[in-house]
Structures are given as C-alpha cells and as structure tokens.
Design a protein around this ligand. Structure first.
Ligand code: DON
Length: 527
C-alpha cells in the first residue's frame, strides 16, 4: 500500500508493487511521480529524509537534505545595516540550496529497492509526458502563489499560461520534465547532477544572481544516518536525527510526558493537551536555540537529552498554568508552505516513511527552462539572521547559521512506530515547524486507541516556544477544549490547517490500513 498527497502518485507506487517491487521501489516511484503531479512540494530539485524498516527488522535513515552551496556566506541574506533583505532567502535565486532528491532516491533504491531503476522511474515519465488533469487543490495553490510564480518567465509559461493559473481539469503535459526524467531513468541520477541538466540549472541560477554551481550539484552526497530510536514501554519510535529536529523534539516531549503522566499514552483532552503543549514549548526552546547541522557545528545533544534534564523539564510543567516562553512574540507574516509526506508498506513488515520538500510552496517559484524542474528555497531553513523568524516563525540561533556545505536544520519527521518489535504505524507530515507536533498527536491518538482515519483527521494544536502562543486550526478544536486551555493561561491563535498526514497502520495480522489527510486530496492505493 502507498498513501501520498496525490492519487496518481499513490497509483504509481501501487503499479510498481504489482510489478513485483518492494515498499522502497513503491515509495521512490511515488516520490518521483509527486515531482510531476504535486509540483508545490514533490520535486527533483529539493530534498528530504526517509526512514525505512525492512522485514528483518533493520531500520535505516537516509538524509537527502539540501546543502548550502560552496559560495554561500553567513551574511548572504543581509543588506545595509545587517537587516535581512526581504524575500532574499525565499523568493530569489540565492534561496536555492544544492538539491539532494535525485541522488537520494537513487541511493535509497540502490540499497533497499528490488526492481530495475528504469521501472521505478517509468510511471513519473508517463505522467509528465502524457499529462494529468489539474486537480482543484493544485489550481487553488497556483492562484494563492500567483505573485511568486509570475515573477519567473518559464513558470508563467507552464503554470500560468496567458497570465492565468491553470484551471481545474486542464490536461497538464510537462515535456521538458519528461525528458529530464527519461534521462534519469536511462542514465541514473548522474543525468541530473552532471552534464547538460546540471549545467542548465547552474547557468539559470547564476543568470538570476544566485551562487549554486555545477560543482555543487556534482558534489552533493546523500548520507545514511543512524535513525533515532525512542523507546517507551513496549513501543519504539524510529525517526529522523539531525539535521532534522524531529528526533530531539519527539524524544524530549515523550520523555516529559512520561514524567508527568507515566507510561500510559496521553489522552488528548484538555489536561493531556496542556501537558503536551507545555512539553512542546520546552522542547522547541532547545530546538531553536541549540540545533544545527552536527556535521559542521557542535550540538550538545547528550546534555540536552540527558534523562535527568528531561525529567527536570517535565517536572517544571505546572499542571494548572501555562509557563510563559522567555522570548516575546516573534511571528512573522505567514507565507504559504508546502512539503509532502508519503508512506509505503507491505504486509511482510517492509515500511518506508518519506518526507520531501522544496520548502515553500513551489520552492522559490522558478522553473528552469529546458529542464522542467522547480527550484527549492531551502536556504530559508537556515537562521538568516539571529533573532529573525523564518517562514515558519521559528527564531533560531547561530547553531543554524548559513555555512557553505552545511545542511539547514529541518523539522521533517518521517517516522515508523513498532510495538513489541513489530511495525504498527508509518507516519509523517508537511507543515514546517508543526511537523513533529503533528506526528506526536497522530501517534498519541493512535496509541490511545483512536482508529487511523480518526487520528489523522482530528483537529490539531501546536506550540513552538516562540511565539508564545498555542496555534489551533480554524474551525478545528472544540470550543470547550480551547476554553479549558485559556483557563490555564494559554494564549490561543487561529491559523490555517496544520499538516497533511499520509499514514499506514499495520494490524496484528499484518493487514494494512491507509489514511490520507482530509486536509488535502491524497489517497491510498494498493495493487
Ligand atoms: O525542513 C523543514 O522543516 C521545512 N523545509 C519543511 C517545509 C514544510 O514542511 C512546508 N510545509 N508545509
């Protein structure tokens, strides 16, 4: 089974399973198809993470996160007076970090896939060449992003012909992207990272004032990491370590909840939510201040995660009152955000949890002429200036400053949960800083016995320390819950939907149940 943000991509994965592929083949086929049918986040020129569990119980984590180009500099987004230049890290050619997805997908397939590579890429090629009908959701996304997208000529030509965003139902063919995918199918990932495609991408970025070079593209390498394993009672939660903050946030929150509530899963009633939000506040304070790319900077993880310290954090939660975050409100005007998560699994216990992104919706908005790929704006995930909030309102420290070759801190949290050594849940989400807290809510609800569809659909809340508010989805959480939180001193702030979860649950006999988030238009598919 595959559950992804677009029915065509889930079907691409299911076709590959029907042809004898395993869960990794299916996940990669779906991810490549998302680059065609879900262009706001599916990508070739972005990056991401995956966590995989093979039927023998081994767990892997692959980091194909983008890196800062060699010519990136700490102050590259600052103008006169050291003030950040508006949109430089989100909407310009400087925003583009070195893409990691193509080599990432190929490396995951090389190590854990089974079918020949061309067969895994083939469904994406067909979708790009023959086209697909633009769904209402994508048409809406194009309208919302119109301002960003119309600045780039090639993006206008493909996605806003005649100046108007593609209407729902339009057949969208992407012949340039099809050619790029065909080359990748035939010659492997080097067809993207070297030669004509890489040269065109680098030339386009250079012509628009960016610093990404052909050498950067040629030099990119994905990295296998030791997955973070968090044990609690009979459960094991496997998730992404640095450069994602997922591991620290999940471990810190779950440990604090255990101090407050014991080993039983936290029910998400008013009291449970108060504990969860307070634990999130404390975990994000550490995240935002201390985390960065541990390949480049010393991150005091052992100290941050020492059991005695987590116990002290948990003990500092006042059950009756919200603790004010030290820093003041640093929220910024919200921009549209898009990432995408897919889950793939087979009944033998092979599971793949994969999150990938261009960062903002459609990345920096630029489609590379002749190549057909949209470029990421992942440089904004670095702290562009101390104390200045990023796209997600996160205020981070120098541990996450721009470093040439370094990876920007992420929140993406592809996760696999086991109970007594057997997989029970594959889960992940988009949503920038809200990703780990979204995963936590689905996890806690599932552990407390809610069915998967209910756990995915349920309204979500979020706290990230700064700004010092509890975010809730417009029209989401029940009024009595919000009242009870207000009564404990939380400041509540309404916002757009939080996350888009695509999850798979295994029941005791290995049967699979998929759930696509009703916040999007994804769907499960199975052969
Ligand atoms: O890596 C990160 O944390 C962000 N670039 C993810 C962006 C994201 O989730 C946008 N989604 N809605």
């Amino acid at each position: 089974m595959v559950v992804s943000a677009a029915p065509e991509a889930s079907r691409a994965g299911a076709e590959v399973l029907a042809a004898g592929g395993n869960a990794m083949d299916a996940a990669i086929a779906a991810a490549l198809a998302l680059a065609v049918v879900y262009p706001q986040a599916g990508n070739l020129a972005g990056g991401g993470f995956l966590v995989a569990r093979t039927p023998d119980g081994a767990v892997y984590a692959l980091d194909f996160r983008e890196t800062a180009p060699a010519r990136a500099r700490r102050d590259m987004f600052l103008g006169p007076g050291g003030r950040p230049v508006p949109k430089a890290s989100t909407g310009s050619a400087l925003a583009v970090a070195v893409p990691g997805s193509v080599r990432g997908y190929a490396e995951a397939h090389r190590r854990l896939g089974k079918l020949p590579w061309e067969k895994v890429v083939a469904p994406a090629v067909l979708l790009a060449r023959n086209g697909f009908r633009v769904p209402g959701g994508l048409a809406r996304e194009l309208r919302l992003e119109r301002g960003v997208l119309t600045r780039w000529e090639e993006t206008r030509r493909v996605f806003l012909p005649g100046g108007e965003p593609l209407a729902p139902g339009t057949l969208l063919r992407q012949p340039e992207l099809a050619r790029t995918l065909e080359r990748i199918a035939r010659d492997g990932p080097e067809a993207f990272h070297w030669g004509e495609v890489a040269a065109r991408i680098a030339a386009f970025v250079r012509a628009n004032g960016g610093v990404l070079s052909e050498e950067d593209l040629a030099g990119y390498a994905p990295a296998w990491r030791a997955p973070d394993e968090i044990r609690s009672g009979s459960f094991a939660v496997h998730t992404m370590p640095l450069p994602s903050s997922a591991g620290l946030v999940l471990r810190s929150v779950l440990a604090q909840l255990e101090i407050v509530r014991g080993i039983e899963p936290t029910p998400l009633d008013a009291e449970g939510y108060h504990h969860l939000l307070e634990a999130e506040r404390r975990a994000y304070a550490d995240r935002n201040r201390w985390l960065g790319d541990s390949d480049c900077v010393a991150v005091p993880l052992a100290a941050l995660l020492a059991p005695s310290r987590l116990a002290a954090l948990g003990a500092s939660i006042n059950p009756a009152r919200a603790t004010p975050s030290v820093a003041v409100d640093g929220a910024t005007a919200r921009e549209r955000e898009e990432t995408t998560h897919l889950s793939a699994a087979t009944p033998d216990g092979f599971a793949v949890s994969l999150t990938t992104t261009l960062n903002g919706s459609f990345g920096n908005g630029a489609l590379v002429p002749g190549v057909g790929v949209l470029l990421n704006n992942e440089m904004d995930d670095f702290a562009v200036a101390p104390g200045v909030p990023n796209l997600y309102g996160l205020v981070e420290g120098s541990s996450n400053e721009v470093r040439a070759g370094g990876r920007p801190l992420s929140s993406m949290a592809p996760t696999i949960v086991e109970r007594d050594g057997r997989p029970i849940l594959v889960v992940g989400s988009p949503g920038g800083s809200t990703i780990p807290t979204t995963v936590l809510q689905v996890l806690l609800r599932t552990l407390a016995g809610t069915d998967l569809a209910g756990a995915v659909a349920a309204p979500r809340l979020h706290h990230q320390h700064t700004p010092d508010v509890v975010f809730f989805e417009r029209g989401g959480a029940p009024a009595p819950l919000l009242e009870a939180l207000r009564g404990r001193g939380h400041v509540l702030r309404e916002r757009d939907p939080i996350g888009k979860v695509h999850a798979i649950a295994f029941d005791a006999d290995g049967r699979l149940t998929g759930a696509a988030d009703p916040r999007g238009w994804g769907a499960p598919a199975a052969p």
